[in-house]
Design a protein around this ligand. Structure first.
Ligand code: DX5
Ligand code: ZN
Length: 217
């Protein structure tokens, strides 16, 4: 499988949201990456259901929803039904009963994701890997776009790739934070399958061209 690009709408122009959605629809991007923050798990707030529903209405590509919230169980059904998630990712650090949370997502026929903060070792996933379709490795501290990439992410990707191979799984590795045209090839070489790009896409002169470049191997 060739790698996937998921532009993060956190860096979009919310004054012209529909045109940014259409830009992604018409680009070589694969998914929409949508960051949900609760001001509790992370020190920031982002968008909620009213905006998500607008994105779901106009987007023609799968919605990859990244929940940076405590107690995600409260809202799983709404993210799956109202916000039309194709992929729903929760944080390992925010879920006391992660196995149960993943089962709730699966019941909605939505693909499951587990995210790890930069300080969380991939080994904690050993006994839950077979229950998740995707692992999202945070390569910045979650909460804000436009931060500096944390280099330690590379060995984490390599280690996780080996764990996935050992268990003979098809789990995707997604990398989120500080991904750009300078580091994306090294991330793919390390074993990343999905790259989230916020600032690198939306702050560029031509976002659609930047997406096309990020798709090149
Ligand atoms: C950060 C979010 C990211 C963010 C990435 O907490 O999870 O998805 O939008 O933005 P960049 O690519 O600018 O680091
Ligand atoms: Zn994200």
């Amino acid at each position: 499988m060739s790698h996937l690009i998921a532009p993060s709408m956190l860096s979009a122009d919310f004054g012209h949201l529909q045109s940014d959605i259409e830009m992604i629809n018409n680009s070589q991007a694969d998914w929409f990456h949508l960051d949900i923050m609760d001001g509790n798990f992370v020190p920031n707030l982002s968008i909620g259901f009213p905006v998500l529903k607008v994105i779901a209405k106009y987007a023609t590509k799968p919605l990859d929803i990244h929940l940076m919230i405590n107690n995600p169980d409260l809202y799983i059904e709404r993210f799956c039904v109202e916000a039309k998630a194709s992929w729903l990712t929760v944080h390992y650090e925010a879920c006391t009963h992660l196995h149960r949370t993943l089962q709730s997502i699966k019941k909605m026929n939505v693909k499951t994701g587990v995210s790890l903060n930069p300080h969380t070792p991939v080994e904690v996933l050993e006994d839950i890997l077979c229950e998740t379709d995707l692992v999202l490795l945070m390569s910045v501290n979650p909460g804000f776009g436009g931060q500096k990439f944390i280099e330690r992410t590379y060995p984490k990707i390599e280690k996780l790739k080996k764990m996935i191979a050992k268990q003979q799984l098809n789990t995707l590795i997604e990398v989120d934070g500080g991904v750009d045209l300078m580091n994306y090839k090294q991330l793919l070489n390390a074993g990343a399958d999905v790259l989230v790009c916020g600032n690198a896409v939306f702050a560029s002169d031509c976002p659609a061209d930047t997406i096309a470049q990020l798709k090149k191997i």
